[in-house]
Each structure stands twice: as structure tokens, then as C-alpha cells.
Design a protein around this ligand. Structure first.
Ligand SMILES: C[S@@+](CC[C@H](N)C(=O)[O-])C[C@H]1O[C@@H](n2cnc3c(N)ncnc32)[C@H](O)[C@@H]1O
Length: 396
């Protein structure tokens, strides 16, 4: 039980005022996340864009909302403290001065993600030890009559992210838990699946909602079609999972369930009428996609077919405005012979049989991009599975 005076301070300092947060995003898609978060209701001018994420000011309830709604953000950290540290004893002292009683409760299981660069303190095991010591010292001042420490065994719901850069230590508390691309809508996997957050970035950047049909002709496990279905039907991406902030002191499950219900009503009614197609040459991939579609509740909505894309034409999909969106095979995990030759063939197929359609395709490097040969209106460079690639978007 949290003592009444601490509960009051939590209401005042954690729930009653704005704090600084950091939304981690796939590098390259910071602006995609900014646009999405602005639509969700965050102040566009309040963001600081950094590589791999966005810093923003918010109250924690809007961060709950963000977790339910974002399709592009991977994780959200709450900034806790920043200080200079060069000795372990001083480090522990600083940690013990942070008001942990506002953020953690005794018995809570906490993980540690520590990174050090150009700093005197770099031994991560020792830093974990000193952090636990400092936190427990602080908590013992408020929870005197029992074992007042945090737990570091078992699977942690939340983690402390500690970064020491040139002796400046930044401490952040993870609000998310499992990364947000784990939505629990797609549960079966084929080779080289895209992360859900990346698939959604592709769909948002290519304005998939403005098309009559969205077609992924090389769908693998079906990540893109399932994300497209969720966007089209206004399904909340955070609907089927838990978050680390649910373990924070002061969290109200009742208020959160109410928020989820309100948002579900609001977003589901804003769904768009789009046809979605998922195809693959590999029968097993189509079966996997079908199982994921069923699990997501889109059985009657997303159509699947086992087909060689090079044997299809646009009339097979829809008579309206079509977006071809795909992460074709490339790299070590999926070999198709010569990658440049495959992209040359793909570009030629687009030009021959898909005139008037739009495309959003991941291309691994300049040689493949030149071979693909179609001009684009947008290009975003990023890494996928450790391979430098670009998302190119354009019209045929
Ligand atoms: C990189 S995987 C796609 C992964 C997918 N985006 C996901 O997230 O799961 C490429 C897929 O292209 C399929 N493929 C290769 N050549 C094809 C073709 N000619 N027609 C249709 N599918 C093809 C492969 O079977 C493979 O499943």
C-alpha cells in the first residue's frame, strides 16, 4: 500500500503536471511519427526532433493515449534526471536523491539498459549495482517497516534506460515494456518480416488511406496487409497488449479502460472503405498470412492469393486507384538470385501492367534502385535488418 502522503505527491508531480518524454522511432521516420503524433493531438511546435526519436512535453495520461494510438513509435521513455558523474560513490548518491517513490513501488521488477560512451564510469554491471543500491536507499526512507527494495529478478515490466555520455548521465524510465511493434495482431512469422511500426510508416508515408485498393504482392507473413487493415478499420494498435506504465504507482486501470473504450468508439467509426490484397508466390507464406489475417479479425476483409506477381495485372485487383506496396526479397535471409535483376524485372512489370497505379517499395541500395528505373517523388533512407535500404514512393 502506498502511503497517503506519497499518493498525494504522485497526483501532484506525476499526474498533475507535464513532464518530458522521448518517443523512440525507427531512424529515418522521425517526421512520419511527428505527423502522426500531431494528428493524435500533440502540439507540433513542442517537439524536438533528434536522430531516432522525438522529445516532447506531455502529461502522462496523453502518453497512455499515445500508446493506444501510435502506429509508428517503438517505445516511450519518461525523462527522470540528468547529472554529471565520474565516481561510483557520487553516482549512487545522486541516484538516491531522485524521488523514486513517485515512480516505483517496493517489490516492482525493474530491468536495466545501460550505455556508456567516452565516460569514466563505463562498467555496466557495477552501474546496475550502484543504481539498485541508490534506488533502494531512497525507497527505504518511505517504506520503513518491510522489505522496501525493487526486484531485479524475473521478467521486468519496465526498465531504466541509463546513458552516460562524456560523463553526463541521463536516467529515463521506460513507459512501454515490450516494444510497440509487438501488437499481438500478427503472431505467425515467415522469413524476414517487417516490424509493424515500419509497415505502418510505409503506409502512412504513401497515404494508403487515400487509395481504393492496397496491394502487397509479396506479402511474406502479411505484416503490411494486416497493418493496412488496422488503419482502414480504425483498429487501435495498442488494443491487445499491456504496457509498463500500468505498473507505475498511481496508475488507474479504471480510467485506462474508460479511455480505451472511448478511443475505440471514436476511431472505429472513422474507418475507410479500402480493398486490401495480399499475395505471395510461396504457398506457405500465404497460409501464414491467412492465419495472421484471421487472428487480427480480418478474414472477410483482406483477400489472399498464392500467385507469382509477374503473372498478375492491375485488373486482378481493383478498378480504382491502386497502391502497390511491398518489401520484396533481398539480402541474406531471402535470396532471389541477382537483386538488381529482380528489381529491373519489377520496374518493367510495373511500367507494363500497372500504369496509373502508385507504388511504395523498399529497395536495397543504389544499384537496385537504378535497375528498378522508375522515378520517385519521395525517398526515405533507413536500415532494415541491418541492411541500408530506401523506401521509394511514386507514380507509374
Ligand atoms: C522479404 S519477404 C516479404 C516480407 C513481408 N513484407 C513481411 O513483413 O512479412 C519477400 C516475399 O516475396 C515473395 N516473393 C518472391 N518472389 C515473388 C514473386 N515473383 N511473386 C510473389 N511473391 C514473391 C517471397 O516468397 C517472400 O515471401
Amino acid at each position: 500500500m502506498i502511503p497517503e502522503n506519497i499518493q498525494r505527491r504522485i497526483r501532484l508531480h506525476v499526474y498533475g503536471k507535464s513532464r518530458i518524454f522521448f518517443a523512440i522511432v525507427q531512424p529515418g521516420f522521425e517526421n512520419t511519427a511527428l505527423e502522426e503524433m500531431t494528428k493524435i493531438g500533440f502540439d507540433r511546435d513542442g517537439f524536438k526532433i533528434l536522430e531516432g526519436g522525438l522529445e516532447f512535453k506531455s502529461n502522462i495520461k496523453d502518453v497512455w493515449k499515445l500508446h493506444l494510438l501510435t502506429r509508428t513509435v517503438t517505445r516511450v521513455l519518461m525523462r527522470i534526471e540528468k547529472f554529471k558523474a565520474v565516481f561510483f560513490n557520487k553516482y549512487c548518491e545522486y541516484i538516491s536523491e531522485i524521488p523514486w517513490e513517485l515512480h516505483l513501488v517496493p517489490g516492482q521488477s525493474i530491468g536495466f539498459k545501460i550505455k556508456c560512451r567516452h565516460s569514466k564510469l563505463y562498467h555496466t554491471d557495477r552501474l546496475t549495482e550502484e543504481t539498485v543500491k541508490g534506488i533502494n536507499l531512497r525507497l527505504s526512507r518511505f517504506y520503513k517497516d518491510r522489505d522496501s527494495g525493487i526486484r531485479t529478478d524475473g521478467s521486468p515490466g519496465s526498465s531504466l534506460f541509463i546513458r552516460i555520455d562524456n560523463d553526463i548521465c541521463s536516467v529515463s524510465l521506460d513507459c512501454t515494456g515490450d516494444p510497440l511493434y509487438r501488437r499481438n495482431f500478427r503472431i505467425y512469422t515467415e522469413k524476414a518480416p517487417l516490424r509493424e511500426t515500419l509497415a505502418s510508416c510505409m503506409l502512412l508515408e504513401s497515404e494508403a488511406s487515400s487509395f481504393d485498393a492496397v496491394v502487397d504482392p509479396m506479402c511474406g507473413s502479411g505484416v503490411i496487409p494486416v497493418e493496412a487493415g488496422m488503419i482502414a478499420c480504425g483498429v487501435l494498435p495498442g488494443m491487445r497488449r499491456n504496457f509498463a506504465f500500468e505498473e507505475f504507482p498511481g496508475f488507474s486501470m479504471k480510467a485506462f479502460v474508460f479511455m480505451k473504450k472511448k478511443l475505440t468508439e471514436e476511431y472505429e467509426s472513422s474507418g475507410k472503405n479500402i480493398s486490401i490484397f495480399a499475395g505471395d508466390i510461396d504457398n506457405k507464406a500465404v497460409e501464414t498470412t491467412q492465419m495472421n489475417i484471421d487472428n487480427a479479425g480480418f478474414r472477410d476483409y483482406i483477400k489472399t492469393a498464392c500467385t507469382d506477381f509477374f503473372a498478375t495485372k492491375k485488373e486482378d485487383f481493383s478498378c480504382g486507384k491502386i497502391l502497390l506496396i511491398s518489401n520484396p526479397p533481398y539480402g541474406e535471409r531471402i535470396k532471389t538470385g541477382n537483386t538488381a535483376d529482380f528489381y529491373r524485372k519489377l520496374g518493367m512489370k510495373f511500367r507494363k501492367d500497372f500504369k496509373g497505379c502508385s507504388f511504395a517499395v523498399i529497395i536495397p541500395g543504389m544499384e537496385a534502385e537504378k535497375a528498378f528505373g522508375l522515378s520517385h517523388r519521395k525517398k526515405i533512407i533507413f536500415f532494415n535488418g541491418g541492411i541500408p535500404v530506401s523506401l521509394v514512393i511514386g507514380e507509374i
